[in-house]
Design a protein around this ligand. Structure first.
Ligand code: GLU
Length: 421
């Protein structure tokens, strides 16, 4: 376990335990192992916000850079009441392996604020975001550390961060964040990118297992950015999406849900999933245990645990969320013979298109939607095939193969650069 008590939370323990397993299997240099278990830099900030009623409320925010040996650190910003230093540090570590696995010239970072964004008015959310951005200003920048959206944040939040940063330096710096609106240097295809990537690697897994997309049933837990785009693109690609859910619960239809109708009611009219007449109500727990070809957890971490892992009835587990499967559950899932597409591979489409956005911003030259989609597919397919080959030749799981490939690239960078001073 790490020596930093402040980091000791279940999510950080999960990230470190995964790292330890991979480090052990690959005989990683013990000196490097100690370093890579801990973040490079962690910043905790207090964010005083004038609320609409005149009171000042103080929120706690974080930015953690796990590693920057391969380039600027990269990772999202999460607004959620449960955000804490350990969770942000775990997510930052996963970003390091994710970027290395996809061959992006980035290290890993993550940020967050412990807040329930839905409870804030839009002006309050803007003031919170701007003050948070001002507090982490010394750490971020297009060559240093580049935030992006994550749970509870979106393109508008990125726009406020970009503006706050640009006001401080005195000129526009689009490359300081990714996942921005198109009008200020965002990229086509960024919003749907994580979902499109999940679908892409799921197609690869189906092909590998010789399963036909037309006979494929899919259950998606979580209906935020990742879950909703994944469900839509899965549906468009010919699969039958039989269940979707959000925090309040979900709906199920064995014939396949009418996803376009469902999206129109959910996003267009704000109707709760559980009120829709398109299927029968199910709980999140029931969704995870459905008999389906592909189960896609696309919500928060630690959803598949030792309590429910034995009850999973899917053929493929494609992890749209970060860290959805605990260590104990991972063993059970593996023993059941479920084909796992691990988070750092399955959900890397988001940061891949973030990278495209950052490159476009640096070049002041913007690509067509088809260029983005083709290049995303290209990078994701090759990361999947490399991981599969590694897992097959080294007789290990897809998760271990992905972690070991990512960690190895980071280790190479550290060894070549040497230890300063
Ligand atoms: N928040 C996303 C993730 O967990 C995207 C990060 C990024 O684009 O930098 O991968």
């Amino acid at each position: 376990m790490s020596s930093l008590r402040e980091l000791d939370t279940p999510t950080f323990r999960l990230a470190v335990a995964q790292f330890d397993q991979a480090a052990e299997a690959m005989h990683l240099d013990p000196n490097l192992r100690e370093r890579l278990k801990l973040p490079q830099r962690s910043l905790v900030v207090s964010i005083p916000v004038r609320m609409d009623d005149g009171r000042v409320e103080v929120f706690t925010g974080y930015r953690v850079q796990h590693d920057s040996s391969r380039g600027p650190s990269k990772g999202g910003i999460r607004y959620h009441p449960d955000v804490n230093l350990g969770e942000v540090a775990a997510l930052a570590m996963w970003m390091t392996w994710k970027c290395a696995l996809a061959d992006l010239p980035y290290g890993g970072a993550k940020g967050g604020v412990a807040v329930t964004p839905r409870q804030l008015s839009r002006p309050e959310l803007q003031r919170l975001t701007r003050r948070y951005a001002a507090e982490i200003f010394p750490l971020i920048g297009p060559d240093q550390d580049v935030p992006a959206p994550d749970v509870g944040t979106d393109a508008q939040v990125m726009a406020w961060i970009m503006d706050t940063y640009s006001q401080q330096v005195g000129y526009s710096v689009p490359g300081v964040v990714t996942g921005k609106p198109l009008s200020i240097g965002g990229s086509l295809g960024r919003e749907e990118a994580t979902g499109r990537g999940v679908v892409c690697v799921t197609h690869e897994a189906l092909r590998h297992l010789k399963l036909d997309i037309r006979d494929t049933t899919v259950a998606v837990q979580g209906f935020g950015n990742v879950g909703s785009h994944t469900a839509r693109i899965m549906h468009e690609s010919g699969a039958r999406v039989v269940a979707v859910s959000d925090v309040a619960g979900g709906i199920y239809n064995s014939h396949g849900l009418d996803i376009p109708a469902l999206l129109a009611q959910y996003k267009g009219k704000g109707q709760p999933l559980t009120d829709m007449k398109l299927g029968e109500r199910i709980s999140n727990e029931e969704l995870l245990q459905l008999d389906c070809t592909v189960l896609i957890p696309a919500a928060l971490s630690e959803q598949i645990t030792e309590r429910n892992a034995a009850k999973l009835r899917c053929r493929i587990l494609a992890e749209g969320a970060n860290g959805p499967t605990t260590l104990e559950a991972d063993r059970i899932v593996h023993d059941k013979g479920i084909f796992v597409i691990p988070d750092i591979l399955a959900n890397s489409g988001g940061v891949i298109v973030s990278y495209f956005e950052w490159v476009q911003d640096a070049q002041r030259f913007f690509w067509k939607a088809t260029d983005i989609q083709d290049r995303l597919r290209d990078l994701m397919t090759s990361a999947f095939q490399r991981t599969l080959e590694f897992a097959t030749t080294k007789r290990t799981s897809m998760r271990m193969a992905a972690l070991m490939s990512g960690i190895d690239k980071v280790a190479q960078a550290h060894l070549h650069r040497g230890l300063y001073p």
